[in-house]
Design a binder for this molecule. Structure first.
Ligand code: FAD
Length: 451
């Protein structure tokens, strides 16, 4: 049978765009449909605007700290509408770049929502399109639980463009998105309360790092409340929100951000017309080649059960298209993927947490350094950094690296290469440091922590 396309991609986000371009580069006839925004979550309501807002929020400390270095920074003001306008201009530029990238790669882009009609057919804008292979790169969408007052809260999608800057903000959630937004608005001058239902936020990160980060974030001024649940939110006549917690406490805020998880965007996707199985957590089930239980349909990125990160979606998109259209094996190694929480200070992490390491290896050697960054010797700011290295004592391999401190994202990326290459502690020791930097601590850790 002759199909309209070799590959039809639903969703022009991180994974979909990359898969489309790579497939087309191998000579495949490719089309992609997108119903919301070119570039997907990362470009429009994720990594990019988030990081721009992180930068914006960091200036507050910089202006304060500058006096320690002889600068006078009087009459400093923050202009929220200006930030939104500038951010939007940058996103529009990126939307254009994504559209051009697809056009230049000879990928047909269709504006509209894709709905599966069968294993080889999709409906977009009332038209039926056929394809040998279909890729679901539909990403995710914020999940906000049902509770009285749910209609008054916003998700990460809306928080970027709030009409009025929230002088008092409640952030609900304990994942990295919640932590980052708490830091962003705290830095911009809001009074921020972060409420999380568990005993400590950032589940999945190293426990010592989580606790250290929590202490530093509190020092920055965020009111962190753990084991704390919202019962109800009501809107008051002056538009402010009154939050009732289950321990009887109340809080008045101007806005409430719910960063309480994300779910794959599967609504009205036509899954009832095909045999695509889902996992218990609602994500699309795939094999190691990203193939669903419907053999002609594939899925990647946030829609499947992998790490919900842009570089992971990109790698999956590439691996799939190389596999389908260039006969390459479909292997993707998910080990030692570095990740950063862009909080203040940053949290960077590669490899195993201490608990994972001790569960797997019987001879874990731990190195640890806690210090006041050089910058703060003149600012007077009570900020500390923590660096931690976990080594398998038998093989000498570095199996975990963690950091709380400025620029952790930039620092950890380079070390991720070393860990991917299987670096040993002896390799770290043989590396001459760059002085004076914070990163040099990682190559000058000599004395293990005694258990
Ligand atoms: P997406 O990028 O979400 O793309 C899916 C696309 O499909 C969307 O454009 C959507 O509109 C479209 N679509 C869905 N259904 C249909 C349909 N039926 N028809 C047509 N189009 C459809 N990751 C990082 O690596 N670093 C970060 O710092 C980071 N920060 C983040 C901050 C926030 C606030 C959020 C929400 C996410 C962040 N992420 C970050 C995660 C990152 O954005 C995602 O992992 C990544 O975008 C996933 O790519 P994807 O291709 O799977 O989906």
């Amino acid at each position: 049978m002759k199909y309209d396309y070799d590959l039809f991609v639903i969703g022009a986000g991180s994974g979909g765009v990359r898969a489309s371009r790579i497939a087309a580069s191998h000579g495949a006839r490719v089309a992609v449909c997108e119903d919301l925004y070119m570039g997907g979550t990362c470009v429009n309501v994720g990594c990019v605007p988030k990081k721009l807002y992180v930068y914006a929020s960091e200036y507050a400390n910089h202006f304060q700290d500058a006096t320690g270095f002889g600068w006078q920074c009087d009459h400093i003001q923050f202009d929220w509408p200006q930030l939104i306008e500038n951010k939007q201009a940058e996103i529009s530029r990126l939307n254009g770049i994504y559209a051009r990238l697809l056009a230049d790669s000879a990928v047909t882009t269709i504006e509209g929502r894709g709905r599966l009609l069968g294993p080889h057919s999709v409906e977009v804008n009332g038209e039926t399109i056929t394809a040998k292979n279909i890729l679901l790169a539909v990403g995710g969408w914020p999940f906000v639980p049902d509770f009285p007052g749910r209609e008054y809260v916003v998700s990460s999608n809306e928080i970027f463009d709030l009409k009025a800057f929230p002088q008092r903000l409640l952030v609900v959630g304990g994942g990295y998105i919640a932590v980052e937004f708490a830091g962003i608005f705290n830095g911009m001058g809001a009074q921020v309360t972060q409420a999380y239902r568990g005993p400590l936020f950032l589940r999945g990160f190293d426990d010592e790092i989580r606790q250290f980060a929590a202490d530093e974030i509190v020092k920055q001024g965020v009111d962190l409340r753990f084991n704390c649940n919202v019962d109800q939110i009501i809107k008051q006549p002056d538009e402010s929100l009154l939050v009732y917690f289950d321990d009887g406490q109340q809080l008045e805020v101007d806005a409430a951000l719910y960063a309480t998880g994300r779910k794959p965007k599967l609504d009205d996707l036509g899954l009832e017309n095909v045999d695509v199985a889902l996992m218990d957590n609602g994500r699309i089930k795939v094999n190691e080649c990203f193939q669903t239980s419907e053999p002609s349909i594939y899925a990647i990125g946030d829609a499947i059960n992998s790490l919900a990160l842009t570089p992971v979606a990109l790698e999956e998109g590439m691996a799939l298209s190389h596999h389908l259209f260039n006969d390459q094996p479909c292997t993707l190694d998910y080990s030692n993927i570095a990740t950063t929480v862009f909080s203040q200070p940053n949290i960077g992490s590669i490899g195993m947490t201490e608990k994972q390491a001790r569960d797997k290896y019987h001879n874990v050697v731990k190195y640890r350094s806690e210090f006041r960054p050089l910058r703060h010797s003149l600012t007077g700011r009570d900020e500390r950094s923590l660096m931690k290295l976990l080594v398998d004592g038998d093989s000498d391999k570095v199996i975990g690296m963690h950091m709380v401190g400025d620029d952790a994202g930039e620092i950890m990326q380079g070390f991720a290469v070393a860990m991917k290459a299987g670096a040993t502690k002896a390799d770290f020791d043989a590396t001459v440091g760059i002085h004076p930097t914070a990163a040099e601590e990682f190559v000058t850790l000599r004395e293990p922590v005694k258990d």
